[in-house]
Design a protein around this ligand. Structure first.
Ligand SMILES: Cc1cc2nc3c(=O)[nH]c(=O)nc-3n(C[C@H](O)[C@H](O)[C@H](O)COP(=O)(O)OP(=O)(O)OC[C@H]3O[C@@H](n4cnc5c(N)ncnc54)[C@H](O)[C@@H]3O)c2cc1C
Length: 425
């Protein structure tokens, strides 16, 4: 075991693994250190255990789906992007397949196969790996980075250190936010940290009473509204009612806007509306309800409108608008039908927060991008210091965007660290 390396990478998640590969491919002697007993622990559970490695959309779409500073990634994507990720894995023998919304998964449907392929490549490139080696801090001197100090007191020297330790979400995978202190020590700003892609909590009586717990709604439009009822953002996808609030892909995407609205408007809760008929106007839904009622006026309301939405939700909304489910449709007033149309189009739920950052898929905020060079991922403050992955103030929606950002910034950081060192080696 050497005591000095060209490049030290701290953290063996997707960004650190890719940084190690890129740095070693560009001629550097690399040490990869991780505090866990295994590398790629979060990667191994990503995408429901299938690992949504990247997304096949064109670059402008990728950037649009990274609402947390996606534009910063233009340079990194010009060096290593989603197409490069796909070729990279194909060259490692991991064929990928495309699913809905451009999401790319390994054909094996196994995140572990992705992790194993990365580990094999890291080892084949001659990267030295130390697991069970938590880093205590990064060492800085007058001229810049000098190395790392492990928690066991051991010092390892290097003029280039890449911090790839992730954010604060799901700490049992090793991402416990250790890197923020090291960045601060170098003079970096850490923007506010907050949970993103996270389930929402609500104190609505129907949530507390678990009336809809476990119910999924498919292809609905979920909107976050400001205190005046104006839409801040709408996401159309599936959603889920839980015992504490709302979840599912559309809600996860909306969650960061709830966090920001709660802060901005200093309110105790925010309105979310659910539109189960996003392609129709209220008037069109009203006419559809009337037409269905006319087909057989003796039918009960719940039978006449069966299939419009899942039965549990239909019964729930009927109760909300005060229509007895067993009422014969000919007994319904037009006003009641209109109220039901409105409920189908805009059911309002007040949400008062999110699960904690530890339970979020992604950490929002991080190392301020103003102080990082987008072409190299190098610190603009401390020579020899690099950042990549979720520790940066970058966050994307679920759908492969975060791992793509981690690979792209990781590759860019590894390559730049190796190339910058070549002048001095
Ligand atoms: C359940 C779940 C599913 C997800 N699914 C997807 C998905 O399918 N697609 C997608 O794009 N994104 C997904 N994400 C997000 C994605 O996994 C992360 O954004 C990504 O893993 C971040 O990569 P990273 O390399 O920055 O950090 P991490 O993967 O968090 O890795 C950080 C590494 O640093 C190590 N480390 C931390 N502190 C120290 C220290 N002091 N010393 C040494 N080592 C240290 C840790 O042990 C860890 O190995 C998912 C997230 C979660 C929680």
């Amino acid at each position: 075991m050497k005591t000095r390396y060209d490049v030290i990478v701290i953290g063996g998640g997707p960004s650190g693994l890719m940084a190690s590969i890129a740095a070693s491919e560009h001629g550097a002697a690399v040490l990869l250190v991780d505090k866990g007993d295994k590398l790629g622990r979060k990667l191994a559970i990503s995408g429901g255990g299938r690992c949504n490695v990247t997304n096949n959309m064109p670059i402008p779409e990728l950037i649009r789906h990274i609402p947390g500073n996606g534009k910063f990634l233009h340079s990194a994507f010009s060096i290593f992007n989603n197409k490069d990720i796909i070729h990279f894995f194909e060259n490692l023998g991991i064929a990928l397949k495309e699913e809905d919304f451009g999401r790319m998964f390994p054909v094996t449907d196994s995140a572990k196969s992705v992790v194993q392929a990365l580990l094999k490549k890291v080892q084949a490139n001659g990267v030295e790996i130390r697991v069970n080696a938590p880093v205590d801090t990064v060492l800085y001197g007058q001229g810049g980075v000098e190395g790392v100090l492990l928690r066991n007191g051991e010092k390892i020297g290097s003029e280039s250190v890449i911090v790839a330790v992730g954010g604060k979400s799901v700490p049992q995978t090793g991402s416990t936010g250790d890197g923020y202190a090291w960045a601060k020590k170098a003079g970096h700003t850490i923007t506010d940290l907050y949970p993103t892609e996270v389930p929402l909590t609500s104190d609505e009586p129907f949530i507390r009473e678990k009336v809809l717990q476990g119910l999924s709604l498919r292809d609905v439009a979920v909107s976050v509204r400001d205190p005046k009822g104006k839409v801040i953002i709408t996401h159309r996808w599936d959603m889920l009612f839980t015992h504490f609030g709302l979840s599912g892909p559309a809600v996860l995407r909306a969650s960061q806007f709830v966090v920001k609205a709660l802060k901005k408007f200093k309110t105790k809760d925010v309105e979310i509306t659910i539109d189960t008929k996003p392609d129709l106007s209220v008037e069109a839904v009203f006419q559809e309800l009337l037409a269905l009622a006319k087909e057989d006026p003796k039918k009960s309301v719940k039978r006449a409108w069966k299939g419009l939405v899942p039965e549990r939700y239909l019964l729930f909304l009927l109760h909300q608008v005060d229509i007895p489910a067993d009422l014969a449709v000919h007994e319904l007033s037009k006003e009641k039908v209109r109220r039901m149309a409105e409920a189908l189009k805009r059911f309002s739920v007040r949400v008062n927060g999110t699960l904690p950052i530890e339970n979020a898929f992604i950490t929002g905020g991080g190392v301020s991008l103003k102080e990082v060079d987008p072409k190299t991922m190098a610190s603009k403050i401390m020579p020899g210091l690099y950042f990549c992955g979720e520790i940066l103030d970058i966050h994307g929606y679920t759908g492969g965007y975060n791992i793509t950002a981690a690979f792209a910034t990781g590759y860019t950081a590894g390559r730049s660290a190796a190339l910058s060192g070549k002048n001095t080696r």
